[in-house]
Unconditional design. Structure first.
Length: 354
């Protein structure tokens, strides 16, 4: 089996970050979402991975490389324009050949991995398999209508009146049967080749498509709130590991990860949290749900439920909550307020009320 990981797209809902970085490289728990995806693929025994890339191809390549650091062999496949998930299958056809493959959207987080879905596909080997989750309102998703055996009877994209609560997530398993389906469909009203249309093509021709329900944590990290939720959930799954330096005037409570070269002085740490390599924290409180990237400086600040990216400086900010601070930013206090909420992109400078 091979894997096809989709890492193109514009990431418009995550601007301003995606003006300067691929949405799949935004970190949760100090690791790019794309790396979480690739690790899940490795954990089901797949080694050959095609990564579909667009405008941020060079940046993604610099982070992932040839995949050897993850135990994978990466082939990059260029998609000139984001013309749909089924179009990605089409442009990757030569790489995929006649092999079965798992298709994984590179902005999806499956905190417990995808082993259960892979095992079901291996045991039943349908023509195609979708991974679904139950949602309270399915109108914003592709929806699978299934029978008692999990066989898909219909797939509908964002129905006004869903006939099922099973939303299709970003992990699919395919046999080579999907290639005929992709060649046979036409662009949708939004001008894209929809994977739901390709799957519906298989269903209508009597091919077997099944739905495997995922009962663990899943999110599409397409918005700021979803990124912060994923960050918190993944931090909760870490084991404490202090390899940096914490002085005697500091306190550490809960699950805390401090990477090598990080220095903490006169501060209070309340996990789950992670402090990246080379970062310096002084006279501050770092609270639960916080991830500081590499080489950050936090001085006289109070941060909680936030993501602070590589190289950011936060100085004198008393209450920073639910925020994402971009790379190499400089955030300083300039007055007084009860709380601050910031979504700040790369190279920004901001002075907030102290």
């Amino acid at each position: 089996m091979k894997a096809l990981v989709l890492s193109g797209g514009k990431g418009t809902r995550l601007r301003p970050f995606t003006y300067s970085m691929a949405k799949q490289l935004v970190p949760v728990a100090n690791k790019p979402v794309l790396i979480h995806c690739l690790e899940n693929i490795r954990d089901i025994g797949v080694r050959e991975v095609g990564v579909v890339v667009g405008d941020h191809a060079e940046e993604i390549g610099s982070v992932v490389g040839d995949g050897s650091g993850l135990g994978l062999r990466i082939t990059y496949i260029r998609q000139a324009e984001p013309l749909g998930l089924a179009h990605c299958v089409s442009v990757a056809a030569d790489f995929l050949g006649d092999d079965d493959f798992v298709m994984y959207l590179g902005d999806n987080v499956f905190a417990e991995g995808i082993e259960a879905s892979a095992a079901t596909f291996a045991a039943r080997r349908p023509d195609a398999q979708v991974t679904v989750v139950k949602v309270p309102d399915a109108r914003q998703y592709g929806v699978a209508e299934v029978d008692r055996d999990g066989v898909v009877r219909a797939l509908v994209e964002k129905p006004r009146e869903p006939r099922s609560d099973l939303a299709v997530t970003g992990v699919y398993f395919f046999t080579p049967a999907i290639h005929e389906a992709v060649r046979s469909i036409r662009p949708s009203a939004r001008g894209e080749l929809e994977i739901t249309d390709a799957l519906q093509f298989l269903v209508e021709r009597g091919r077997t498509v099944i739905a495997q329900e995922h009962t663990g944590f899943w999110k599409d990290t397409g918005s700021i709130d979803e990124l912060l939720e994923c960050n918190r959930v993944l931090l909760e799954r870490l084991s404490g590991d202090i390899r940096g330096t914490v002085d005697g005037e500091s306190t550490v409570r809960g699950t805390v990860v401090i990477e090598p070269g990080a220095v903490v002085t006169r501060s209070h740490l309340v996990g789950p949290l992670v402090i990246g390599a080379g970062s310096h924290v002084g006279d501050s409180r770092i609270g639960p749900g916080t991830a500081l990237g590499r080489d950050c400086v936090v001085q006289d600040a109070d941060i909680e439920e936030s993501i602070v990216l590589e190289g950011a400086h936060v100085t004198g900010v008393p209450r920073l909550r639910g925020s994402i601070i971009g790379r190499w930013t400089d955030v300083r206090a300039a007055g007084r307020t009860e709380a601050n909420h910031l979504i700040i992109g790369d190279h920004t400078r901001a002075w907030v009320a102290a």
